[in-house]
Design a protein around this ligand. Structure first.
Ligand SMILES: NC(=O)c1ccc[n+]([C@@H]2O[C@H](COP(=O)([O-])OP(=O)(O)OC[C@H]3O[C@@H](n4cnc5c(N)ncnc54)[C@H](OP(=O)(O)O)[C@@H]3O)[C@@H](O)[C@H]2O)c1
Length: 358
């Protein structure tokens, strides 16, 4: 192995996270429910990077799939491209899908496509509750939210339920723990994406009554390394990563640029793999959740599950390389989703809101 890259073959990190090369094959693949080349996919996915956190105790492929905006769609719109994203995701060995009742038609589409592929119960669904209630301590809205999510996802049990953006966390987290005890959900989590709330998120990780923390972490936004990642690793709490591409802003920074030569050492064939391998090579990270509406992008992203991961030195080199690029330091000021157009119910609602505001 050349300098800066490490083999992903069976290695245990001191943080308690474990990464290994292993197949992650579901019986549904064998049953042939996936059309178009499932056998090729079977052959390709036998060396994927998986990670295990003590509190989850199930090896998970280190690349998952987010669904905010990308899986939203207006009723009647074509969804064939999204079905293909899901098919390729499963065929490439993907299992973790992150969604939320807040993501417009996201849950509905995940539920529909999973049912059509016959993989509904084989996916590892990480979902959320965003709910307040009508009076202090009212958990009835959260309960309703869980019922609706289960209907939309065609599931009787959700693998991970997270308190979305820490909304009403003092009520919701104990409720999630009660649902876990009742078997309605597998694991309890909290999530946020704004660094301003990372101290609050870290306090939840340190309280020890959660299994999963979902946090914004990328080669650009690295603040989670200060408290959240070490605290999670110490306690065996799984870390799911949102916004690994900074809502596509990272692709704008590198547009038209070739990868540096050293990217070959970590087996990165494109910028998506460069950014994702950087994220999942942190020992505390369990799974990154890049979102896409584009089957070709999905295939690029899932390629990060294969080949070597950067070691500590290489990770530092990758950061230095990005820091030398114009626009990287001010990336947060760039509008999200540059050159992307999503047309789901969220986009429609946001447009209407802007009209009211004019
Ligand atoms: N709990 C929270 O507070 C929270 C907050 C934010 C996000 N999340 C979760 O984390 C997930 C990921 O975050 P995110 O969706 O905000 O941002 P992201 O994954 O950083 O970026 C998604 C954007 O990257 C583009 N993209 C993906 N792969 C690409 C590729 N290979 N080449 C070029 N462009 C590519 C997508 O466009 P295309 O559609 O064109 O591929 C999309 O516009 C969300 O979907 C959601 O599940 C949670």
């Amino acid at each position: 192995m050349s300098n800066g890259a490490k083999s992903t073959a069976d290695r245990t990190f001191s943080t308690g996270a474990h990464v290994s090369r292993r197949a992650f094959l579901g019986g549904t693949l064998a049953s042939g429910l996936l059309s178009a080349a499932p056998l090729t996919a079977l052959a390709q996915e036998s060396n994927t990077v998986t990670k295990t956190a003590r509190r989850i105790n199930t090896p998970l492929p280190a690349i998952g799939l987010g669904t905010f905006l990308t899986f939203d769609a207006l009723p009647g719109q074509s969804r064939a491209h999204l079905a293909e994203v899901m098919r390729r995701f499963w065929a490439a060995g993907g299992r973790v899908i992150d969604t939320s009742p807040l993501y417009g038609m996201g849950e509905v589409n995940v539920g529909d496509f999973a049912a059509a592929l016959g993989i509904g119960d084989r996916l590892f669904i990480t979902n959320k509750v965003w709910s307040t209630g009508e009076f202090l301590g009212d958990d009835s809205h959260a309960r309703r939210s869980l019922d609706v999510s289960m209907q939309r996802l065609w599931r009787e049990r959700i693998d991970v339920m997270q308190c979305h953006s820490l909304v009403n966390a003092d009520v919701v987290v104990p409720l999630l723990n009660a649902w876990k005890a009742e078997g309605k959900i597998g694991h309890v989590g909290v999530s946020h994406h704004e660094p301003d709330y990372f101290s609050a998120l870290a306090r939840w990780v340190q309280r020890d009554d959660i299994d999963v923390v979902q946090v914004h972490y990328s080669i650009h936004t690295r603040q989670a390394e200060e408290r959240i990642l070490p605290a999670a690793a110490e306690r065996g709490i799984a870390v799911l990563v949102n916004m690994p591409f900074e809502k596509a802003r990272l692709f704008s920074i590198v547009a038209g640029r070739a990868l540096p030569d050293f990217a070959r050492e970590i087996g990165a064939e494109n910028w998506a793999q460069f950014f994702l391998k950087w994220v999942v090579s942190h020992p505390a990270v369990t799974c990154a959740l890049p979102a896409t509406s584009n089957p070709e992008h999905l295939s690029q992203n899932m390629g990060a599950l294969r080949g070597p991961l950067p070691d500590r030195e290489m990770r530092a080199r990758m950061v230095r390389y990005m820091e030398s690029m114009p626009g990287f330091a001010t990336l947060a000021a760039m509008p999200p989703y540059p050159n992307k157009q999503y047309t789901g119910v969220i986009t429609r609602a946001q447009r209407a809101l802007r009209k009211h505001q004019q």
